[in-house]
Design a binder for this molecule. Structure first.
Ligand SMILES: [Zn+2]
Length: 283
């Protein structure tokens, strides 16, 4: 909760892409990673990607952060964990703090990083803190378009976006409909969880907004055929509103989600070699 409060504080100015607040948020995350001894992938944590703004077509730069936790058997398949740093910034004088969206995912990743550093995974794990998600998954799209390692090595991405609010009473895990081999793995973790963990929100044909397959950064990976698991909660009254504050978060629920994510990461790490190769998605 201390981390969540820090990353969603007014001083971060809503972490709008390209703003001083976003740069401050990146520096804060980098300091957290350095403090726990997690090194960048490559020479710098910062991986800038160019993109064009919808509508105006203006060129813009998103700055992703990418860290690597070396596995005991490096060089094989890679597990990518992701969350997005950016949020909506300041609008009409109001700071959109985005505690749930998605400071919560970033903090959950930091908690996992701490655990993985103490008990190393079998495979390499990348921690990706994406920028410009709110502008249409731009940081993640740039990452998969010019990946810092061959995309074929990325066996799975686990994306956490909005994981701290329990208004809906459950944590959802989406993605098993696309990669059924992951279903028993997620179900086993769900059985031991101290909060309700539900599988779904990953098939077309339901109500509008019911299918979360492309709702966050995992969508950019899915579009390239990379299997994904997405962790998130139902939209709540403060979704994309200035009231998305750390004070509205239930610490027990958020703590339990962080635990579920860690269990999923351990199980996925063990299962990584048995995951199917990337499917070529329909265009
Ligand atoms: Zn989000």
């Amino acid at each position: 909760m201390a981390r969540l409060t820090a990353l969603s504080a007014d001083s971060m100015e809503g972490r709008g892409t390209g703003t001083p607040g976003a740069a401050r948020a990146r520096r804060w995350i980098v300091r957290e990673l350095e403090a726990m001894g997690v090194r960048p992938l490559g020479a710098s944590y910062e991986h800038p990607v160019a993109w064009r703004r919808r509508g105006s077509g203006d060129s813009a730069v998103a700055v992703n952060l990418v860290a690597r936790i070396p596995g005991r058997e490096p060089g094989g398949p890679v597990l990518v964990l992701s969350a997005h740093v950016d949020h909506l910034g300041i609008r009409n004088g109001e700071v959109f703090n985005g505690a749930d969206d998605d400071a919560s995912g970033c903090v959950a990743l930091l908690e996992v990083a701490d655990a993985l550093r103490r008990t190393p995974p079998r495979h390499d794990v990348l921690l990706t803190f994406f920028d410009a998600e709110e502008a249409g998954l731009q940081g993640a799209r740039g990452f998969v378009a010019q990946p810092p390692l061959p995309l074929a090595r990325i066996a799975l991405v686990i994306n956490a976006d909005m994981v701290a609010r329990q208004d809906g009473g459950a944590l959802w895990v989406a993605g098993t409909a696309h990669t059924p081999v992951l279903k028993p793995l997620v179900e086993a973790v769900a059985r031991h969880a101290t909060i309700p963990v539900r599988l779904g929100h990953d098939t077309p044909g339901g109500k509008p907004g019911d299918d979360w397959t492309s709702s966050s950064d995992h969508g950019a990976f899915h579009a390239r055929g990379v299997p994904f698991l997405y962790l998130g909660v139902e939209d709540h009254a403060d979704y994309h509103r200035p009231g998305d504050d750390a004070a509205k978060v239930d610490p027990q629920f958020f703590g339990a989600v962080a635990g579920v994510l860690q269990e999923l990461v351990r199980a996925a790490d063990a299962a990584l070699p048995s995951l199917p190769p990337h499917r070529q998605p329909a265009r």
